[in-house]
Design a protein around this ligand. Structure first.
Ligand SMILES: [Zn+2]
Length: 223
């Protein structure tokens, strides 16, 4: 059997099971027969087990304050608190050093992490955006970086590009796909056949990149 928390309700007529990553909650009518309930729950054992497996396998967002780790360009960096004023990154040892006082301040900790990712993405864009935009014959009017909840980038009709800071957690060749995608929007705004042909011309394996983001996108999010 499995451990569960039982909630009795006067309004409920049927029994329900809710599986979350931390617990199983069973809600039942107030006057439920305990033996019948136990037997019924026993019959649901495999289902509960399967639900739990599913939840464990599903990629979840990053909780860097809790796990003391952060994805940087596809690699896991360890977070260490230290007696410093500003965050420092050691790419060789895959380490992020943060000022000691951020340990106790969730809000400031998160802000520092987003700032690190924004700076990283900014320097990466400086390295390759010019080459790619020239190659794709785009005349970008502005480039911005900000945190988006549900998109990786955007391109306005005035050819101003915006990229999601959280992209800095993805491998560089995946970031390249997003860059090519947004640059292609400078020529074609819709996601039509012409658009995807243009993307493919400059990023051959764009289908794999799209699958990668569907599968791993959530892991780039920060709690
Ligand atoms: Zn698009």
């Amino acid at each position: 059997m499995f451990d569960y928390q039982l909630k009795l309700s006067k309004r409920r007529k049927t029994v329900a099971i809710k599986v979350t990553p931390d617990q199983v909650v069973v809600t039942a009518p107030y006057n439920v027969c305990e033996v019948a309930l136990e037997n019924w729950l026993k019959s649901k054992k495999d289902w509960v087990h399967a639900q739990r497996n599913k939840l464990e396998l599903a990629p979840s967002i990053q909780k860097p304050l809790h796990t003391r780790s952060l994805l940087v360009f596809g690699s896991v960096y360890k977070i260490e608190f230290s007696d410093i004023i500003k965050p420092v990154l050691d790419h060789e040892s895959h380490l992020v050093y943060l000022p000691e006082e951020l340990r106790q301040d969730r809000h400031e900790f998160r802000r520092a992490i987003i700032e690190i990712l924004t700076d990283l993405l900014c320097s990466y864009l400086e390295l390759c955006l010019e080459r790619l935009s020239e190659q794709m014959n785009c005349h970008i009017s502005a480039v911005k970086i900000r945190e988006y909840k549900s998109r990786w980038g955007s391109c306005s009709s005035k050819q101003a590009l915006t990229f999601n800071s959280l992209l800095a957690g993805a491998p560089k060749h995946m970031i390249d796909y997003v860059i090519v995608h947004e640059l292609a929007h400078c020529h074609v705004l819709a996601h039509n056949k012409l658009f995807w042909e243009l993307v493919e011309k400059h990023y051959q394996d764009y289908k794999s990149a799209r699958i990668w983001f569907n599968k791993n996108g959530k892991k780039l999010m920060i709690e």
